[in-house]
Design a protein around this ligand. Sequence first.
Ligand code: HEC
Length: 142
Amino acid sequence: MYSTVVTCWALILVGVLSQQPPSSTASALDYEYFKAKVQPIFLNKRPGHARCVSCHSDATPFRLQPLQKGSTTWNEEESLKNFEAAKRMVVPGSLKSPLLAHPLLQAAGGDFFHSGGKHFNSQDDPEWQAMKAWVLGKTGVE
Ligand code: HEC
């Protein structure tokens, strides 16, 4: 009887622990790769759409740093803040991360609606691919 109870608890414990993501994934999002390949996407103009930064430096939960007057990109301090903001939109390793799913067309695997429009029509889009690689843990800049 005793051993059955112990086994039972052991199984529950294993069940609970195995649902936790491995702690190493929490640090898997690389800053250098983000700065070089992902952050510029937020500045790029796509036909028929406003730039991500136009809407996402104000009022939305995904909050990028506003561009300083006369500046066409972000400095190091601002980039680090953008990195933190973008990280909050990502579950490392998950293609369901809002950063990936929100601007992607639903028919291509994105989610239902983004007020900012569907900027990427396919998962083959090079910009979307760059964001995906970051979410999947790509590091450095080649
Ligand atoms: C025209 C304005 C606009 C543009 C351009 C835009 N967005 Fe958004 N986005 C919004 C608004 C408003 C929301 C909140 C409502 C919603 O989820 O649709 C949002 C939501 C999001 C969210 C979920 C977190 C949040 O802040 O609610 C993510 C992630 C996101 N956008 C990413 C992007 C990316 C990446 C781009 C560029 C490829 C982009 N957006 C372009 C307006 C915009």
